[in-house]
Structures are given as C-alpha cells and as structure tokens.
Design a protein around this ligand. Sequence first.
Ligand SMILES: [Fe+2]
Length: 230
Amino acid sequence: MDIQHATRLMERCISPSVQHLQHPAALRLHCRSVSYAAQAIAEALATSGMTIDADRAAVMGMIHDVGRSTAGNARHGIEGYWLAREAGVSSDIARVCVTHMTMGRTAKEAVVAGLLNAEEARRLAEAGIILEDMNLEEQVVGMVDSRVLGGRFVSLEERIGELEKRKGWLSTAARYNLDRIAELATSFEQVLGGSLAQLFPKGDLGLPSSHLSTWRRRRTGQAGAHDRGG
Ligand SMILES: [Fe+2]
C-alpha cells in the first residue's frame, strides 16, 4: 500500500458524509499529522541506525484512525482493523489500527480493557496477529498519535492537558497508553541522542499549508473542535 492509496482510504472513511463524525476536517488533519510526524521520526531513527521503514510508518499513520468512521473511542481500533482488511489492506499494515489502541497489551488484556471482544481476539489469533509484538513502525505511530495537536508536534504534557480539559478525566486505559507512549518516546530519544521535538522546530510538522488552511476554514464556528477524539 502506498501513501496515495492510504490517503484515499482515510479520506473515504473520515468524510463529512459520515454523520456521527463531529469534526471530520479536524480528524483528517490529525491523520495527516500523524503520518507526517511518523515518517519524519522514522527517517531520523533510520539515520541513527534503526531498521525502520519510514514510508510504511507514513502509511500506517495515515490509516490508523479509519475505525472512527464506525466506532467511538474504545472500539475504533479493532473496527478500523476489520474495515482496513475489508478494503484490501494487508494485515501487517492494518494491524496498526488496533495496536495504536492496545499499545502493547496482549489480546486477553485488550479484551479486559474493552478494546475488543473475545471472539475478535480469537479471530486475530487465527490470523496470526500477536498484538503485543508491535513492530517499530507501529510503535512510532502509537507514540506520535499523542504528540500531535492542531497540525503541530507538541509535548506529551501539552497533549495530556488538552485531553483532560476536553474529557474532564482520563480512564485507566488511557493512562496506561500514555505511560507506554512516554516510555516509547524516551527510548526513541535515546537512539536519536536528542529530543523528538528538535525534529520539528516550533512544532512545525511540514504539512502543506493547504491542509492547515482547509482545517482552519472549516473550524470556524466549531468552538472546541479538536484534532482527534481521544
Ligand atoms: Fe485512534
């Protein structure tokens, strides 16, 4: 799957025609932001000697939230996986949809956390998907997912502050993921020998201005619009 194909799939799923999506333009910007940031970080990690495919990270970042077209917060990961598979995406790419939510949990732990059901866990096992074995590209996407906001690269603290302000509280499952994300960021920064933020001066992800201006135009009148649902 190339990035054009991934972008088309994302745009088909995250569309203004999907009624329950309150802020599709903001969610599209989020997907593009994760894709851009994941690619840049993967490229930097590759330069630092890691074996990681930056184009694959970009593709995974672009499609990671397609499940939001059919499901709310807890289940959008697993539903995105099925949706991507039905759209012809190979399981080794589609799995990012579910792993960016399970973030290292086993299937059994993911069922307990309410991220998928027992039947889905069985089907994933049958397909040879071992959720806890996240590859590097998935790790980067899972981490970046919580480091972008409004088309910028931000600190985890800023992102947590935004989530707390918007949701009022964070679930145990969300806290688990944020702890895992902090660990991943630390491990990547050790490889890079510097902060992730230095890759994005002033938070600039390098997104084409057309994406930002489209989002800002549509955002007018949408007070409280955010770049992801959580
Ligand atoms: Fe997501």
